[in-house]
Structure formats: C-alpha cells, structure tokens
Design a binder for this molecule. Structure first.
Ligand SMILES: [Zn+2]
Length: 159
C-alpha cells in the first residue's frame, strides 16, 4: 500500500489587505453578479478573470427552466475570455455571489465542473490562476486552481 497526502493552501484576507487590482477584479465580479440571470435559484454569481494582456472579462450564471441547460458564472467568464482571446493566459479570477440582492457573508467556492475547467485552463497555459472568492466577512485566496481540485482528471488519462 502507498498512502499519499494531498494538501491545499487557502489564505483568508480582509478586503483591505488586497491590492487595488485585486479589489477592482472583485468589484467586477460583484457587478457581474448583479446582472446574472438566476430567476430559479435566486443565487446570483459573478466572475471576473484577469488575462495576461491586462483585459478583464466577466461572466455570470445563466439559468434555464430546463435546469441542466444553465451554466455557472466562472465558466461563462473563462469560455468568453478564450472565445475572444484564445491564446492569452488567465492570471486570476474573482468570484462573488449574492442572494436576495445581498452579497454572501462567507466566500463561495466554484462547483466541481468549474474547478475542472479552471484547472485545464491553468495547465493549458502553464500559468497558475490565482482564485479570489469574495465574502463580506473575508476573501479566500488560492494561489492555484490545482488547490481547488487535487487528484484531478486531466488529459494524461486520454493518451
Ligand atoms: Zn460552476
């Protein structure tokens, strides 16, 4: 038997401890959350990605009465960014969520599908993605998407 321990590092900051560019990215995610289409869950999520060329692209969750047809904010932001800038790496992503027009108190973490897409984006460009998850009480920060999805499925299984 071989036993391995996989660890993930997460750091919590107050909003005041973040850089101005990080605060701006969080504000972009918060703004995107406000225009999410989430009439069924009432849980509006916004994401903003900072690309290597300095551009910020946003996404928000888009729900549908046929529930599986909806998509999360994180994937909308990533897919849109790479639809228009296919060769540009992602440096960081901010995520913010609100319910009943109030931003959540504690940080919200991306779902499993979004973690998988974040990780592939990171590996595709060989560029760690700093992930900032906003909560009114604190901001959770991961230095790499791989911390969100240890022991992940990836393309090495397909070869
Ligand atoms: Zn998701």
């Amino acid at each position: 038997m071989i036993e391995k321990q996989i660890t993930a590092k997460i750091t919590f900051y107050s909003i005041d401890e973040l850089s101005e560019s990080e605060k701006m990215l969080i504000e972009a995610a918060k703004s995107a959350a406000k225009s999410a289409y989430a009439p069924y869950s009432g849980f509006q999520v916004g994401a903003a990605v900072l690309l290597g060329n300095g551009e910020v692209h946003i996404g928000n969750n888009q729900e549908n009465a046929a529930f599986p047809s909806g998509i999360c904010a994180e994937r909308v932001a990533l897919f849109h960014a790479h639809a228009v800038r296919p060769d540009t790496p992602v440096f960081s992503m901010a995520v913010a969520a609100c319910q009943n027009q109030l931003f959540v108190q504690e940080p919200v973490s991306p779902c499993g599908s979004c973690r998988q897409v974040l990780l592939e984006t990171e590996r595709r460009f060989r560029q760690p993605i700093r992930v900032l998850m906003y909560g009114q009480n604190r901001v959770a920060v991961l230095e790499s998407a791989s911390d969100l999805l240890p022991f992940a499925f990836d393309d090495s299984a397909l070869i």
